[in-house]
Design a protein around this ligand. Structure first.
Ligand SMILES: Cc1ncc(C[n+]2csc(CCOP(=O)(O)OP(=O)(O)O)c2C)c(N)n1
Ligand SMILES: CC(=O)[C@@H](O)[C@H](O)COP(=O)(O)O
Ligand SMILES: [Mg+2]
Length: 622
């Protein structure tokens, strides 16, 4: 096995050239075998095997520095830098992360997870190199999907000013998670099919540059000309015109060609972009045929590509998907927006039924929100379906473009709470804090699948900015009998008793039920309230609760700082209530990857830990 000879960084350089192809095959077999067990980002990784090998052959890590955009495609890099054993525990609690992590290896120079950051970080590393007198290469690897993000464009604009080498590798596989969309994608497609022109360009440029004294000048002049010839001579002119040298397109599965191009790129004294074409899912037929399904794969059967376990219950995304279809049917003003996540957010059905009212704007959360604000200003009812952690990107757009104008934009915030295997970068544990401080915003969280549906209907009929947040995974189907109509700002009694009151937000209602059962078994009286609204908080309910309870416990799957509990506590503290408040929430920390149930225990959001804390607080109060 060649892979067994790769135990640390640069071991790949000890292999013979004839070993490269068999090694690529071994890496693919290894990734398929391991990810079929652990799950993970398979298709993107299969696509960059040769690209990563060529980088490790042409550059010297860890002296040279590579920033992986999103970082979900860094598995081969991990394999080539001595982390083979880590794949048994990939994305498990305490195990290897699915993303680059500085704390994991000195070959990971920058942590990623959210898209379109790599060029900015790369420029930072280049400037740091210049100012500290370093000589290392700095490389940012960015996918065609991630290149659609605003930050990438901002960074390109900045990169064009560089006066020293900076290598941007654009990995173009024509896919985001779904098919890549928009003008940039069209532009890249045009260049992919321009190989003839490109060869012509390279040939012509080489010939001209060889002309003593005048050659370089002629090339520069040619590049500047506005004639049609320029189109023919300079593919990648968008980049070239900005002052970024364009090399490519290069076959991303040809190691020789890649190494040659990397060595050429090292000689450029400013920013250079190498356009590499790869196939997402390469080498595993099910992934080649269904790159979206194998983007982030659950454990699967290698022979068939089918998931190992089938879901028996609907998840919240499925419920959202169904209700969007119904809402779209009933109200022509309802339109839906995703930032490159039509599958993950469940909007695909809406897209199929109402293609004219569905918008995939690329990985562009900021634009998505302001675009929605424009749609609302134009009289439509936009639903922005977005993951909690990705909406962090668009904080100012929510505040400045939606909320100041009090526009009716509906935020359907999926993956709110702990998401599990993706870890720190993707945990949706800040949205209650970052949204509840924004005037005019209304925030809801459903306790179960029926309430998600009811809240969506409420949100569409409301007028003003309104968000509802729900977690990744199976939708709770308990408490069906509690389905009182949603009233603005009002919470819901589930069980009304005395002494201890549990007031839970969304996903925590189910946990609060378990907590209450355990408390009742131990002989305590216990009320259970479904908060429903996080903003505004239900002041009327708090007044009621204070009359008959000694302890009010708030429960939320969000960080404590600035969350629901914080606001309730402030309200109670400002009054003369004879009632203590205990906030159960996530600590002021990032939560790493791992199984969600296990993470709940780690952060103290499991029923058992909560019961202990409630009893301690209650007994201390008596
Ligand atoms: C800000 C942000 N929005 C959305 C995502 C979800 N996401 C992860 S990878 C990905 C597609 C990336 O496409 P590309 O860069 O082309 O990489 P590929 O998977 O094709 O290799 C998306 C949308 C993210 N990580 N960050
Ligand atoms: C890398 C990335 O950001 C996405 O691929 C993310 O992992 C998707 O998460 P879900 O599996 O929750 O859709
Ligand atoms: Mg791509």
């Amino acid at each position: 096995m060649l892979l067994e000879q790769i135990n640390q960084v640069n071991d790949i350089k000890k292999l013979n050239k004839e070993d490269w192809e068999p090694l690529a095959q071994e890496i693919r077999d290894f990734l398929i075998e391991k990810i079929s067990v652990t799950g993970g980002h398979l298709a993107s990784n299969l696509g960059v095997v040769e690209l990563t090998m060529a980088m490790h052959l042409a550059f010297n890590f860890p002296e040279d520095q590579v920033v992986w955009d999103v970082g979900h495609q860094s598995y081969t890099h991990k394999l080539l830098t001595g982390r083979r054993a880590g794949f048994d525990d990939l994305r498990k609690y305490g195990g290897m992360s699915g993303f680059p992590k500085r704390k994991e290896s000195n070959c990971d120079c920058f942590d990623t997870g959210h898209s379109s950051t790599s060029i900015s970080a790369g420029i930072g590393l280049v400037k740091a190199r210049e100012l500290t007198g370093g000589h290392q290469s700095v490389i940012s690897v960015i996918g065609d999907g991630s290149m659609t993000g605003g930050m990438a464009f901002e960074a390109l604009n900045n990169a064009s000013q560089l006066k020293s080498n900076f290598i941007i590798i654009l990995n173009d596989n024509q896919m985001s998670i779904a098919e890549n969309v928009g003008g940039l994608s069209q532009y890249l497609n045009g260049m992919r099919s321009n190989e003839g022109y490109n060869n012509f360009k390279a040939g012509l440029q080489n010939t001209l540059e060889k002309i003593p004294v005048y050659g370089d000048g002629i090339v520069r002049q040619l590049k500047k000309t506005k004639s049609g010839l320029k189109q023919l001579v300079i593919p990648g002119m968008f980049f070239e015109d900005m002052g970024i040298t364009y090399l490519g397109p290069v076959d991303g599965h040809n190691i020789d060609q890649l190494i040659r191009t990397f060595n050429d790129a090292k000689k450029v004294h400013h920013a250079v972009l190498i356009h590499v074409c790869t196939k997402k899912g390469k080498g595993y037929e099910p992934a080649e045929r269904h790159p979206s399904r194998f983007h982030g794969a659950e454990p699967f059967v290698i022979e068939t590509g089918l998931p190992k376990s089938r879901r028996s219950k609907a998840n919240y995304t499925d419920i959202f998907s169904t209700v969007m279809r119904k809402l779209g049917d009933r109200d022509e003003k309802v339109v839906a927006i995703t930032a490159a996540m039509p599958d993950g957010t469940g909007l695909k059905r809406f897209k199929n039924m109402f293609p004219d009212r569905f918008f995939d704007v690329g990985i562009a959360e900021q634009h998505a929100v302001t675009f929605a604000a424009g749609l609302a200003a134009g009289g439509l009812k936009p639903v922005v379906a977005v993951y909690s952690s990705f909406l962090q990107r668009a904080y100012d757009q929510v505040l400045h473009d939606v909320c100041i104008q009090n526009l009716h934009v509906i935020f359907a915030i999926d993956r709110a709470g702990l998401v599990g295997s993706d870890g720190e970068t993707h945990q949706g544990i800040f949205d209650l804090s970052y949204l509840s401080g924004i005037p005019n915003m209304t925030i809801m969280a459903p306790k179960n699948k029926w309430e998600l549906s009811d809240m969506m209907k409420f949100a569409v009929n409301y007028d003003g900015p309104i968000a509802l947040r729900y977690p990744r995974g199976e939708a709770y189907d308990g408490l069906q009998e509690f389905r009182a109509p949603i009233a603005y700002g009002r919470s819901e009694w589930i069980y009304e008793e005395a002494d201890i009151a549990l007031m839970a937000v969304g996903s925590m209602v189910k946990t609060a039920e378990q907590v209450r059962d355990a408390l009742k078994d131990t002989g305590y009286n216990c009320t259970l309230i479904n908060a429903r609204f996080v903003k505004p908080i239900d002041e009327q309910m708090l007044e009621e609760v204070a009359k008959q309870h000694k302890l009010l416990v708030t429960l939320e799957e969000n960080v404590r700082n600035g969350g629901f509990g914080d606001h309730v506590l402030e309200y109670v503290n400002d009054r003369d209530f004879d009632m203590k408040v205990l906030n159960i929430a996530l600590p002021d920390e990032y939560v790493e990857h791992g199984n969600v149930a296990l993470l709940h225990k780690e952060v103290g959001l499991d029923a058992e830990t909560i019961v202990k804390r409630v009893i301690t607080a209650y007994v201390g109060e008596m």
